[in-house]
Design a protein around this ligand. Structure first.
Ligand SMILES: Nc1ncnc2c1ncn2[C@@H]1O[C@H](COP(=O)(O)OP(=O)(O)O)[C@@H](O)[C@H]1O
Ligand SMILES: [Mg+2]
Length: 242
């Protein structure tokens, strides 16, 4: 599967406030894309619309296999996973939390065991399989949320602020997992973050969203060393309040 995602001229209005205005971009396999921008600039909304969880008022979200447009089907939706910030965990074991999506898909128990154990190993939680998820530290809980997504083997993984409010050690662990996923599984990772150091550590491509508009898109080097828009420069320099 050579999946790619293009969004074109996406606009969205909530309560007569335009939160996305004419956003376009193409996401391709094997890359990590960081969507950055001040609070309220529309990052989460753009992720939800791109992940087909919400509809745009205008514009198109197109998933393609090479050049072939894919229909919006259950099959397609199963290739896409979004991890929400503080993605809700249930009052049961780490294993059962991780198996949740696979159970919904009615996979065989042997298959589920294999995928869940593999995902938990990848995030370093295999030794906590039988622990109640609600007793995990916030860093571990976020790793479990990631493992739950990994177990589904998505082709495109959306992460909304995956390290928000985590301690520095947990941030590094989560970033290692994200990098490992890119290398080992060769998927598209699209993440919203406002940690500029994280962007430098993880991103191949950066999309700067400001007031619902895509102000700048560039590879990570050009974004930081050679920004084209004056607003990007102000944002990088920390002159925007967020
Ligand atoms: N479901 C919703 N209903 C009404 N307003 C919303 C909704 N979701 C987001 N918004 C508004 O849209 C704007 C962009 O929000 P969001 O996409 O969450 O930005 P970000 O993730 O960059 O902080 C904000 O002003 C927010 O209050
Ligand atoms: Mg957000």
């Amino acid at each position: 599967m050579d999946l790619n995602l293009s969004i074109s001229n996406i606009s969205k209005t909530y309560n007569s406030k335009k939160v996305l205005n004419n956003c376009s971009f193409v996401f391709e396999k094997g890359n990590i894309y960081c969507i950055v921008g001040p609070n309220g600039s529309g990052k989460s909304t753009l992720l939800r619309i791109s992940a087909l969880l919400e509809e745009a008022d205008d514009g198109k979200v197109a998933y393609k296999n090479g050049d072939n447009l894919l229909d919006d089907s259950t099959d397609l939706r199963r290739k896409i996973t979004l991890v929400f910030p503080r993605g809700g965990l249930f009052n049961t074991t780490v294993f059962k939390n991780c198996a949740y999506g696979l159970n919904l898909r009615r996979k065989a128990q042997g298959y589920i065991k294999e995928k869940v154990e593999e995902a938990l190993r990848e995030v370093g939680l295999a030794h906590k399989m039988e622990q109640n998820a609600l007793t995990l530290s916030s860093g571990e809980a976020q790793r479990l949320a990631l493992a739950r997504a990994i177990a589904l083997e998505p082709d495109i993984l959306f992460l909304d602020e995956p390290t928000a409010s985590l301690d520095p050690a947990s941030v590094i662990i989560i970033e290692k997992i994200i990098n490992m996923l890119k290398k080992k599984r060769h998927i598209i990772i699209i993440m919203a973050t406002h940690n500029m150091f994280q962007v430098q550590r993880l991103a191949n491509e950066v999309i700067f969203l400001y007031n619902g508009e895509v102000v700048e898109t560039a590879n990570v080097k050009d974004f930081f060393e050679n920004p084209k828009d004056e607003r990007t420069l102000r944002f990088i320099n920390g002159e925007m309040i967020y």
